[in-house]
Design a protein around this ligand. Structure first.
Ligand code: F6R
Length: 252
């Protein structure tokens, strides 16, 4: 029986508001104590309304990100930061340029690090997360391959930040944004499953019918390396936030 907390919401807007309220509470408590908050961030279509809600809380309720440190999950191989489909660009567009975060506190893996330096770059990313005190709260989406970050199956539960080859399903899902499959990178740098599981709290958001089957497998199948998100069942403070469509295949 899976231990992971599963929360079904009336719609995605209600789900992202609930999650953003948890982030607000955490960040404000840390701000008041003069401490930093370390957030693990995701890209893709799923977290966009969540980032919109954080921006609203910043603008309307004065939520300050001045003490927030961020680490993103992943970046596409070969894409420079200013490429319109890079995750660096995505984060600027959807969150960072709208809030008071210190640019020095923003971390993403580099998609353009030289081949010979990738291992060192990945080790340095892990070191930077540790030096910041570890990730307080990590958000995730889920790919149709069951990946979290770009940990395509099979990915080990103790994997760390590394170069990965992208699954053809994942590349196909990204093709419209890139204007065709040929333009989609074949590889990425991603935090590992072990890196993600080191976060003190984790929230995976999944919305829409296309995620229903993989959400069911992640929550109801025994933990297995074919559905990377199933490793979240082993985490003491992980939750799935679902809309009715994404929850529609659950059997219990
Ligand atoms: C993005 C990431 C991926 C996405 C997943 C779902 O940083 O790590 O795991 O969360 O591919 O993508 P969307 O939300 O576009 O369906």
């Amino acid at each position: 029986m899976s231990a992971v907390l599963t929360r079904r919401f009336a719609d995605r807007q209600t789900a992202v508001r609930a999650l953003a309220a948890e982030f607000q509470e955490l960040i404000e408590a840390r701000n008041q104590a003069g401490q930093s908050t370390v957030l693990g961030l995701a890209t893709g279509s799923t977290p966009i309304p969540f980032y919109q809600e954080l921006v609203r809380l910043h603008r309307q309720q004065g939520l300050s990100f001045a003490r927030v440190i961020t680490f993103n999950l992943d970046e596409y191989g070969g894409l420079p930061p200013d490429h319109p489909e890079s995750y660096w660009h995505f984060m600027q567009q959807h969150l960072f340029q709208h809030i008071d975060i210190d640019p020095q506190n923003i971390h993403l893996p580099s998609g353009t690090v030289a081949e010979a330096e990738i291992d060192q770059h990945c080790a340095a990313y892990e070191d930077a997360i540790r030096a910041a005190g570890g990730i307080d709260y990590q958000i995730l989406g889920i790919g149709r391959t069951g990946h979290i970050g770009f940990n395509e199956p099979p990915s080990r539960g103790d994997s760390r930040t590394r170069r990965v080859e992208l699954d053809e399903i994942t590349r196909g899902d990204a093709a419209p944004a890139f204007g065709g499959l040929e333009a989609v990178p074949s590889w990425a740098i991603t935090m590992g499953v072990g890196t993600i599981l080191d976060a003190r709290r984790i929230a995976l958001m999944a919305f829409g019918e296309a995620k229903a089957d993989i959400v069911r497998r992640a929550i109801e199948e025994p933990v297995n390396d074919r559905v990377t998100a199933s490793f979240l069942q082993t985490h003491p403070m992980a939750q799935f936030l679902l809309d009715p469509e994404a929850a529609s295949a659950l059997t219990r």
